[in-house]
Design a protein. Structure first.
Length: 144
């Protein structure tokens, strides 16, 4: 009888420990997702900012990695901070990779900034012919 009581108490203690760990995991995940939601809802972050455009870009063929160089131009009246430029690499009409770079600092109206995006894929790993699309994905308002 004593062994049965010890067994039941051990099982109950194990179940309580499991429930506590499960509760703390759910609580931690909820706090993490709430924090992520508050970060992504930053009002200064603008998708596809107006005035920022890529005036020139070209594929660099003589390097081992898939690399694109270009120039970002702010043709608008707003100042932008840390614009993120993304290239989508495609082959046979299907997207096969996406690479990005961020231009750190302010991009003032009328300013031009050179950039380079190098992907992890080497040119020899990619099926040919490949094409790419390039875009300014997002930037933060620097002028309030």
């Amino acid at each position: 009888m004593r062994q049965v009581l010890i067994s039941v108490a051990g099982t109950a203690l194990g179940a309580l420990t499991f429930m506590l760990i499960l509760f703390l995991s759910i609580l931690g995940y909820t706090a993490y997702t709430d924090k992520q939601r508050s970060v992504t809802s930053d009002p200064s972050l603008v998708a596809r900012p107006t005035g920022l455009r890529i005036t020139r870009h070209s594929l660099v063929n003589d390097v081992d990695k898939f690399t694109v160089i270009g120039v970002l131009y702010n043709s608008g009246t707003s100042q932008w901070y840390a614009p993120r430029i993304v290239i989508d690499i495609s082959a046979s009409g299907k997207s096969i990779s996406e690479c990005e770079t961020t231009i750190f600092g302010r991009v003032l109206p009328g300013a031009k900034h050179p950039f380079q995006i190098s992907c992890n894929e080497t040119s020899s790993e990619l099926p040919f012919p490949v094409t790419y699309k390039i875009a300014v994905r997002e930037a933060r308002r620097a002028d309030g």
